[in-house]
Design a protein around this ligand. Sequence first.
Ligand SMILES: [Zn+2]
Length: 355
Amino acid sequence: MSVFLAIVAIWLGLGLASVRPAIRLAIPAGLWAGVLLVQRFAPQSALAELAGDRRVWLAGGVFALMLAAYAWGLRRLRDAAAKEDGAPGTLGAAASPASDPAMLSDAELDRYARHIVLRELGGPGQQRLRRASVLVVGAGALGSPVALYLAAAGVGRITLADDDHVSLSNLQRQVIFDDADTGRPKVQAATARLHALNPHVQVTPLPRRITAGDADFVKEFDLVLDGTDSFDSRARINAACVAAGVPLVAGSIAQWEGQLTVWDPARGAPCMACLFPQPPAPGLAPSCAEAGVVGALPGVIGSMMALEAIKLIAGAGLDARGRMLIFDGLWGETRSIKIHRNADCPICGAGKGAP
Ligand SMILES: [Zn+2]
């Protein structure tokens, strides 16, 4: 034991003396190997007696090797994360995560490790997620998975807008809430849950609806996600996003079927009013309360909305601009149809401002 403590003391001493990492590792490793050799070839010697059981030394070596491999992996992740355009490298104190808030901390590197190893995301993608600010409208069936996955993924700033309270009939599908949340304002309960999930992201509760006049407010965000459940609220959010020039990830669900697209006329894709300029006739598009909705369906569509948001923010893959994805949960079928801008659209086209 005393021999082991001596080696640890030497390792710590070398660290304090700022010796190069390779030498700092090589000296204790050499001493460790020396002790093993003495135990093997001179088991009766005083040093072997002092060092104790050989198996303990072997196990200690394996453990140290695992620690070193972990530290090496963490350094690789940090190097990958530091490759962001113009970001400082990891050399020098000024570039250390502790002193530069733009760098991912060790805890964040560990948390987002499965993102950082993805070629399409990597360190730069994770940094973009961290810098992003998104508005999630509707903390309900779709808003639950959207907000949970965006917070878990490390989207830096999430504003959650909803003026509703949690009711018992929400809990069959709105998985962000607990039984104990019944009666609480949705944004309050959801914000607490998101903070508990990921303390590295900033969540702002907004206990109100988004209206067509919110363009200036919406402009502050990189992206809006709409999980509301009525034509009127969706049309208002679409109008605000078109006026602000901000892409809108929109999902909708009814019974067993869901749809998903990204409205973005500022970048060539249609807006909602290009396809649906008028509200449906009364009774043709019943709400979930009237028509029902299967509990896991918003999990599918909301997760796909979060996925679209991650791709849009990180610039990965092909997003759903100009396409509508349609998922039929009852028959297990998925389709994708092309959708186009309407030149006479009352919101984004020539029909703008027309009565
Ligand atoms: Zn339009």
